[in-house]
Write a protein that binds this ligand. Structure first.
Ligand SMILES: [Zn+2]
Length: 333
């Protein structure tokens, strides 16, 4: 299994439903209409993405997973696969309209670019309006050859019985608390505070954490500005950061390094959005590319270490100390 395929969609508590799916894939007996259901936060979308990936790949792995590397997989990952049609509400929370279903049905009847056939994706299926659901029945009854339609829903009971009966139902199970907790920890999330019930729906837990993401980013931005202005102690900042989700911090820092680098290379005021970003850009221009550029290279190296066994606190600490020293050396010149 490639690391890429694994990290994108594979969740350990899905194995009990993935095993029969992989058998069906091997026997080419996956139904044309597939309804993926399960509680909110069990990872239905990831499961559906994994299935879609497998259906579109021509170099599947032994366990049925897509290879992640063939031309078709690369197109899918880049969001440019020509045979995928998606049907979603025009606005979040609204119903999917009958006109949308007609256009969707039409796109599925176009000649596919690849012999794996067209792939329709409907999400969330419970938001099909009654007339839209009726219109979809025809496509589900007589799908174009080789076409698969994946419907995803949190509330299978809200779907018309006629839609349900035309689809193969795959129920994504909740996680065992230990399995959910272990997976969250592997994502760099401190799941020690969540009770067992929360651990059954790990992706719901993850989104709760992500709700606090904006606050984290605001803190990180403030710290970074203070470091650039030599008003913060890098060791103290590193101590704080080391207790927070490494993936999120590394991802944020990588993006901020790009902002800093760009600003340090241009004298003109670019147009960064938000007060913090403007302050960061101003600091980067003041310090210049001579300080910023080598440090940004260090950022790239450090963010890579996040997926290794390296002591993360030390990685962060030495990266921030390095920044302070580079700034100090320009002040002393
Ligand atoms: Zn592939």
């Amino acid at each position: 299994m490639t690391a890429r395929a694994a990290s994108n969609t594979e969740l350990p508590w899905h194995e009990s439903v993935w095993t029969p799916i992989s058998r069906a894939l091997a026997q080419q007996s996956v139904a044309h209409g597939i309804l993926v259901c399960g509680a909110t936060g069990v990872g239905k979308r990831r499961f559906a993405e994994r299935l879609m990936a497998a259906l579109l790949c021509i170099e599947r792995q032994d366990n049925g997973d897509a290879c992640g590397e063939c031309a078709r997989c690369r197109q899918r990952l880049a969001g440019t696969h020509p045979d995928i049609s998606r049907l979603r509400p025009e606005e979040a929370g609204r119903q999917i309209k009958v006109d949308q279903v007609r256009a969707f049905g039409h796109s599925l009847h176009l000649t596919p670019q690849y012999d794996t056939g067209r792939l329709g994706w409907i999400e969330p299926a419970e938001q099909l309006s009654p007339s839209a659901a009726n219109s979809l029945l025809k496509t589900l009854e007589e799908p174009p050859g080789g076409c698969h339609i994946i419907l995803i829903t949190d509330r299978v009971s809200a779907l018309m019985a006629t839609i349900r009966s035309r689809c193969q139902l795959w129920r994504v199970p909740s996680a065992e608390p230990a399995s959910g907790r272990a997976w969250l920890m592997s994502q760099g999330v401190d799941a020690s505070v969540g009770d067992d019930d929360l651990m059954r729906t790990p992706l719901a837990f993850l989104s709760r954490i992500e709700v606090g993401y904006d606050e984290l980013v605001a803190d990180w931005d403030r710290d970074l500005i203070r470091l650039l202005e030599v008003k913060a102690n890098p060791v103290t900042v590193a101590e704080r950061v080391a207790k927070q989700p490494p993936t999120l911090w590394a991802d944020w820092l990588y993006r901020r390094a790009q902002t800093l680098l760009q600003a340090s290379l241009t004298l003109a005021d670019a147009a960064p959005t938000g007060d913090h970003q403007a302050a960061l850009a101003a600091a980067a221009r003041r310090l210049g590319a001579g300080v910023i550029e080598p440090w940004c290279r260090g950022v790239v190296r450090a963010t890579r270490l996040q997926q290794t066994n390296a002591d993360w606190r030390l990685v962060v600490e030495s990266l921030l100390i390095d920044l302070s020293q580079r700034i100090a050396s320009t002040a002393n010149r």
